[in-house]
Design a protein around this ligand. Structure first.
Ligand code: FES
Ligand code: FES
Length: 169
């Protein structure tokens, strides 16, 4: 008999019925119907399933749902509100600046890596608002894009950094 768990996702508390060792990704997709995190490798190798747990990127495909009890999970869907709370904005934007910059730089092709790239870049800019290119590359290492859009993703992160600093895109 599965134990009932309560988890906080995107600032809402959810009661989930899955077994405690169920990967968080499955709970997000199948019980909470959140489509941001994607199933890629299922082995913590690609990053497409990433979420923020207390502001730190975690691979939800290998994270048991019980591991996030008592923590704050943010998925792509909750990223604009997470950003607004961090910046103490009076209004939640439609998109996190990284999401907007990805669009502005036309950085995506198939878009499969979109979730993980944005989550990981948002984690970076929350801690290091003005990273140089080497820092961006090292931080994003381990997030795979099968379409090879890495240069455009780097440009998007640089653009978001400028926007978040209040400068021109
Ligand atoms: S699906 Fe989780 S890292 Fe690839
Ligand atoms: S845009 Fe296709 S995997 Fe990155």
């Amino acid at each position: 008999m599965a134990r009932e768990l309560k988890i906080r996702v995107n600032e809402r508390v959810w009661t989930v019925a899955s077994a405690p060792d169920t990967p968080l990704l499955y709970v997000l997709a199948n019980e909470l119907m959140l489509q941001g995190p994607r199933f890629g490798c299922g082995l913590a190798q690609c990053g497409s399933c990433s979420v923020l747990v207390d502001g730190v990127e975690r691979r939800s495909c290998v994270t048991p749902v019980s591991a996030v009890e008592g923590k704050a999970v943010t998925t792509l869907e909750g990223l604009p509100a997470w950003y607004a709370a961090q910046k103490k904005l009076s209004k939640t934007p439609d998109l996190h600046p990284v999401q907007q910059a990805i669009l502005d730089e036309q950085a995506m092709q198939c878009g499969y890596c979109y979730n993980g790239m944005i989550i990981k870049a948002s984690e970076l800019l929350s801690k290091t608002p003005q990273p140089d290119e080497a820092r961006i590359r090292s931080h994003m290492n381990g997030h795979l894009c099968r379409c090879g859009t890495y240069p455009r993703i780097i440009r998007a992160i640089q653009r978001a950094s400028r926007v978040m600093a209040g400068g021109a895109a």
